[in-house]
Ligand binder design. Structure first.
Ligand SMILES: CC(C)(COP(=O)(O)OP(=O)(O)OC[C@H]1O[C@@H](n2cnc3c(N)ncnc32)[C@H](O)[C@@H]1OP(=O)(O)O)[C@@H](O)C(=O)NCCC(=O)NCCS
Length: 199
């Protein structure tokens, strides 16, 4: 077992960082797990966009036979407000394994990794009706920063959540002078894999 594979292990699950050299094994499993819970599937390019650039911010929970039980996919880059902004793009746990803290553990690993890389804040969007997701993130200190009406392609409304990692981040203004009411351009990953900035 490699050092990365041995990162942490609880309840017979190993929590490991995504490894690009194992793309053939893990990418199909990640796509399958995430697409189960999406109203519209992301194209392969969306997954590659994240995993090629920020594979080190993707964490997976694997069972004893190395099947994928849970995954979190993130990115980290400068935002126009001047902050170094982490983004949690995808999070899913297999239905049979939910409610055991697996997603919490994966998200905490991602937060720690982004904090170590000097992130100022971490944002994400989640459907307003996704109680499990809201509970999980709010328990970790995320705040509701904006309600995004009909944000998803299926017409559902989202909350943008934000976790401030450094004091003063909340008051930073975007370079174009807009205030916190517009804290992030929407990261919308359409079916063709294009990144649309619509808000
Ligand atoms: C959201 C999701 C990742 C959570 O995974 P998980 O491993 O079950 O999460 P955890 O066990 O770490 O924590 C879930 C929390 O939600 C709570 N919860 C779960 N289902 C719930 C429900 N239907 N209503 C209210 N709370 C619920 C749990 O009790 C737990 O909170 P607690 O620890 O305070 O008791 C999982 O439900 C999932 O994969 N959903 C489909 C994909 C998705 O919605 N992803 C998030 C998109 S932003």
């Amino acid at each position: 077992m490699s050092e990365k594979e041995a990162q942490t292990s609880t309840d017979d699950l190993q929590y490991v960082q995504y490894q690009g050299d194992k793309e053939e094994i893990y990418l199909p499993a990640i796509r399958q797990l995430i697409s189960k819970d999406l109203s519209e599937p992301y194209s392969i390019y969306v997954y590659r966009y994240f995993l090629y650039q920020w594979g080190d911010l993707c964490y997976m929970a694997l069972d004893a036979s190395h099947s994928l039980i849970g995954v979190v996919v993130c990115k980290l880059e400068p935002h126009r407000s001047g902050t170094y902004r982490g983004y949690i793009a995808m999070l899913a746990v297999q239905e049979a394994h939910r409610g055991k803290g697996i997603a919490t553990k994966l998200v905490c690993m991602a937060i720690d990794a982004m904090a170590k890389r000097d992130a100022d804040e971490i944002v994400l969007e989640t459907e307003v009706t996704n109680t499990a997701s809201l509970k999980l993130y709010e328990r970790l200190g995320f705040l509701r920063s904006k309600r995004l009406h009909r944000y998803y392609l299926n017409g559902n409304t989202a909350f943008r959540l934000v976790l401030y990692l450094k004091a003063g981040t909340a008051t930073k203004m975007p370079a174009d002078g807009e205030g916190m009411s517009n804290i992030g351009a929407r990261d919308c990953y359409g079916g063709q894999g294009q990144v649309l900035e619509t808000r």
